[in-house]
Write a protein that binds this ligand. Structure first.
Ligand SMILES: NC(=O)C1=CN([C@@H]2O[C@H](COP(=O)(O)OP(=O)(O)OC[C@H]3O[C@@H](n4cnc5c(N)ncnc54)[C@H](O)[C@@H]3O)[C@@H](O)[C@H]2O)[C@H](O)CC1
Ligand SMILES: [K+]
Length: 478
């Protein structure tokens, strides 16, 4: 099963793996043509009704593979309104190839005749809301025929994820959907063929630019939409919580506060005016602070627990007590990680161990990333939380899904990059489900590190990553 959003991400990742979208469209159209051959013999009459998006593009390709049929293609709308280059090029191929391909601007002029087969290439995963005109009238016309109706990817008007339609929809006999089942199709009473269109497994397994699409920021957003993060850290180390906090801001959090010992607050006070400090007394986290930290945490979307906390027994005990009583979302990093296996918590945790910390948590690891991915997935399932295990290949797992991140470089072993990753994960967990937040955080953190090395060579500083996170989080950055 794959959702439309995930399909768009995988499509984009495939492109980044040198499998261009136009190639996917060619494979899709070819699969549709093969399905027509199973429905009717050569010479049969086929009407292809195409929309202005890539669903239509697939249908144009299909027509090209049916030269031995009596095929006519009808584009709903003007050719100039075709929304993508790859669909337009396939329209132009039909026109240049002297196919019977006409653009119809209003559906009343749409005469489908009495074909043996109709290919419904009006709308696929790009549909939003009830079918507008001329698609609505066209759908009703298609439903009125006694032809075999074959829908491209999704019956037009049906939401691929829910199987529902907000109005009229094509009643297909058969659907050829691409790459993987769509959740909404199983609810329909229709024969579904899942066509392999050559998307490499790597496009799903490895993080890539497609994973950033989920971050699309609605234009009319306003302050507080993108989350408030509380960093709980500091103790023997003072820089770590500041790095995590600045990273969370750069990764899109609206507001970040740091709950830290007074001794640490005095140190990082001057670091940056962006940091809002909530000092507690003493020089390390202890159980008497847990109550206050919990009530502070309740006013934030995500907590980042761990940077610079240190590993005093009473600090670890306090971290464990916090997690026992906290029921929100928390990124857990550094010394706090070792208490996670013992806590019985309602919280949703996103743990970011390196391999040494993973072993300390009771997990197993392996030099081979494939083996490591399996071990981490098993441990995540046991733990019941999301794991982001850092390494040359980071492994992200929640027990159901596993993803591997290949961005990053050896320069990133410098101190503080883990704090930057934890802060970025905290900001992203405000707007994405924790598994996705972990995958995007690993991808962006490594991408920022690669950009820093590209510009300045090795000798990377953790702060170099922070400055480059915004660009690393943009899917249009080359
Ligand atoms: N993602 C992949 O891996 C692949 C997708 N393929 C095919 O591409 C379509 C999705 O294409 P897209 O251009 O995103 O959207 P559509 O063609 O489905 O439709 C967009 C088009 O329709 C207009 N529109 C949206 N809602 C409505 C409405 N309610 N009424 C009328 N018109 C509407 C919108 O304005 C756009 O113009 C996918 O289904 C596959 O068929 C690839 O070819 C294979 C890989
Ligand atoms: K369709």
């Amino acid at each position: 099963m794959i959702t439309s959003d995930r399909m768009a991400a995988v499509d984009r990742n495939a492109e980044a793996l040198c499998v261009p979208r136009k190639q996917l469209m060619e494979s899709s159209g070819n699969a549709v043509a093969r399905a027509v051959r199973r429905l009717a013999d050569a010479g049969a009459s086929v009407v292809v009704v195409a929309g202005r998006g890539n669903n239509g593009g697939d249908a144009f390709v299909a027509a090209r593979f049916l030269d031995d049929y009596d095929v006519s293609v009808r584009l709903l709308g003007r050719p100039e309104s075709i929304t993508t280059d790859i669909a337009r090029e396939n329209w132009e191929a039909l026109r240049a190839g002297e196919y019977d391909a006409e653009a119809v601007t209003d559906a009343t002029g749409l005469d489908l005749g009495d074909p043996d087969v109709v290919v419904d290439g009006m709308l696929g995963t790009g549909v939003t809301g009830a079918l507008r005109e001329p698609e609505a009238t066209a759908a009703a016309a298609i439903n009125g025929l006694d032809a075999s109706v074959l829908s491209v990817d999704v019956p037009s008007g049906i939401d691929a994820d829910t199987g529902e339609s907000a109005g009229v929809a094509v009643e297909a006999d058969r659907v050829v959907t691409f790459h993987d089942e769509k959740p909404g199709l199983s609810a329909l009473d229709v024969d579904v063929t899942v066509a392999d269109i050559g998307i490499p497994d790597a496009a799903e397994l490895f993080t890539g630019p497609g994973d950033l699409l989920a971050l699309g920021r609605p234009s009319q957003s306003h302050k507080g939409d993108f989350g408030e993060v509380l960093v709980v850290g500091g103790g023997p180390y003072t820089g770590a919580p500041a790095l995590a906090a600045q990273s969370a801001l750069r990764a899109g959090a609206d507001l970040v506060r740091i709950a830290c010992p007074g001794s640490v607050a005095r140190e990082i006070q001057g670091y940056s005016e962006n940091l809002i400090l909530r000092p507690y007394d003493g020089d390390h986290l202890a159980s008497e602070h847990v109550g206050d930290v919990l009530s502070l945490a309740a006013d934030h979307d995500v907590v980042v627990l761990g940077p610079g906390l240190g590993s005093r027994d009473e600090t670890l005990a306090a971290a464990g007590e916090f997690l026992d009583r906290y029921d929100g979302t928390a990124v857990v990093d550094a010394d706090a990680l070792q208490v996670v296996p013992e806590v019985d918590t309602e919280a949703t945790l996103l743990c970011t161990p390196h391999q040494g910390e993973l072993r300390k948590m009771g997990g197993e690891t392996d030099e081979d990333w494939r083996t490591r991915a399996e071990l981490v997935a098993d441990f995540a399932a046991d733990l019941g939380h999301v794991l982001l295990v850092k390494g040359a290949y980071d492994v992200i797992a929640d027990g159901e899904e596993t993803r591997v991140n290949r961005t990053g470089n050896p320069g990133m072993t410098v101190g503080g990059t883990g704090d930057v990753l934890a802060g970025a994960a905290g900001a992203l967990a405000c707007v994405l489900p924790p598994f996705q937040a972990a995958a995007v955080a690993a991808y962006a953190n490594g991408r920022a590190g690669d950009a820093a090395v590209e510009e300045n060579g090795y000798g990377l500083l953790a702060t170099d990553l922070i400055d480059r996170l915004p660009a690393a989080l943009r899917s249009d950055t080359r």
